[in-house]
Design a protein around this ligand. Sequence first.
Ligand code: IVH
Length: 693
Amino acid sequence: MYTKDQTIGLQASTKEFIQNPHNINIIQLRKLLKFHEYQYYVVAEPLISDYEYDLLYQYLKNLEIANPALIVHDSPTQRVGDSLNNSFETVAHLVPMLSLENSYNAEDLNDFHRKACEGALLNDITYCVEPKFDGASISLIYENDLLTSACTRGDGVAGEDITQNIKQIKSIPLSIPMKALGIQQMEIRGEVIMSKKSFDAFNEKLKENNIAPLANPRNAAAGSLRMKDPREVANRNLDAFIYHISYYTLLPGGVIPELLKTHSGSLELLWNMGFRSPQKEKKVISNIQGVIQFCNEFEVDRDSLPYEIDGLVIKINDFALQEKLGMTSHHPRWAIAYKFKARQATTILENIEFQVGRTGAVTPVAKLKAVAIGGVNVSSISMHNEEYIREKDLRLGDTVIIERAGDVIPQIVQSIPALRKGNEQIITFPTTCPVCDYALEKEETEAVWRCNNPLCSAQIVERIIHFVSKDAMDIKSFGDANIRKFYELGLLENIPQVYQLNFDTIGQLEGFGKKSVDNLKAAIEASKTQPLHRLIYALGIRFVGETTAKTIASHISHILDLESLTEDQLQAYDDVGVKVAKSIYQYFHEEKNIKLIKALEALDLNMIQTNATAVDGNLTGLNFLFTGTLTQLKRSDAEAMVEARGGHIVSGVSSKLNYLVVGEDAGSKLEKAKKIASIKIITEGDFIDLVKN
Ligand code: IVH
């Protein structure tokens, strides 16, 4: 971006200004600040101290306060908004934000290369390989040299306006020299990341304030972009890599810059404009064997980078060739992601805790010697049930291999018996409830031991936690810790009491100011009008998840209609099989449950189906199920797309299912569906096409 001579000149002017601050005009001062921001945030080679930077910044700020008419949009002082001015409005992307196809090994990469060669009618292809940044993707628009809009990926077609928050990221320039290159408008793509160092510091701060730490830098980056207050974002030390120009228009008489003929050239152009593109990290390689070797070598070194990456992206370098190959509806045919293998670590299984859930199920949880794996500290992993422990022959004191693949919850892969010293202990499952001492029971067909004591305090608390949770009654500001605290203090002993809390007493508890009490009160009140399906789900009826709750709600007008339905009638509903029907029937034939529902009705909770009119769309009458990891759509968005078009989501594979949409790493549902001829098995791309039509 800056030539050597420019750098020397700007540095000399800076020193001169610091010695004699009055001898400068506002334009020159902004130039200096912009230069030092670039050196610090993009090149990572600061040329002045933080103190000296602050001096320049403050001087500019004062000059602007004295002369407001001289303030310009791209002044370094204009990053920080001074109000909660995020709109998060939906903005359509100029070009859809597609995803990438994934590859995991040499064979996949050779396959990709073969198809590309066939499509391009060539024997060899030159690729550009760069890191796959593990953050939150963004799309930026610059017009006439200025940053005009920034948004999240959203559903790929439209995202949320986060311009104010993006302006807080100092490696994203507020203005760039486009006009000088003959470009009028440009839409670019990149990834906002939080470096490992900033993530650790951020989590440290959370811990100091008794707030649960975030799971990984990706979540931290994505969450930060959706903060209401841009000033908060400024405190989070975010960074951004820009790796793609998705669209541009030329000024009248402008010619396509030479660098815009290849991907590696475009990274250089972005770098020259002042962006942190992967200009130094990228590698141009002229054959697929070289690409495979580079991928293998890079994977070994992945942890040496100061930020998280989850793989590499391999892109055909020549833009004309990219154009020739084009895209499918969800990914370009000219690029592929090479995903790194799951990270593994070894640690010691030190202890075991038996936790009692809301249905009384007792889950063994391994307490491990804390170990960092993929940037996350792991010290606790579920061991699911007794069989799992026995099958893996896990013993207290064992050295175990644990694994974390991307977003996936950590798992114990195996123990290492060869490292046993002889004092490891076989894990014995308790015969009585670890909380209330009631004898545990196990049904023949189940792997789970249960405490069937209806008065078990652990279950009561877990049932209340489930009732208020996000997917159930969604009572915001009512966290698990508060529910446990209120229970221990005798302020909340059952679900109806959620609506009968004594706020005077709560207001006197430590940590409960007027504002938090008011928020809690309002959230509880608001939950009374939640739609019926949320209440059905919140009751925690066994085998009734969100989807089944929606199905049931769509067939009744009042919740107590369920008292009069037979198991056969229930089974006639999509998604309700023998087991589910039996469980619902039993629930509505137990006096204590009917009493609970009537108590909630007396407390004014909504009991009726308010939006029973079915949507008539192009998927009306069709049942869908998603399995595996979707790469372009969030699963909740995809499900909402089905429902918005009159389709229905079911939770299991049966002959009632019309479409199984298969993402990555699909497992048993796919296998089961293959055996039922009437089910159409489609990919995520097919699904998007289906929805569009
Ligand atoms: S190229 C059409 N390059 O990975 C071009 N994407 O799994 C598509 N990502 O949605 C994107 N680093 O958010 C590209 N160097 C990189 C990337 C990258 C991270 C993300 C991006 C994309 C996702 C696909």
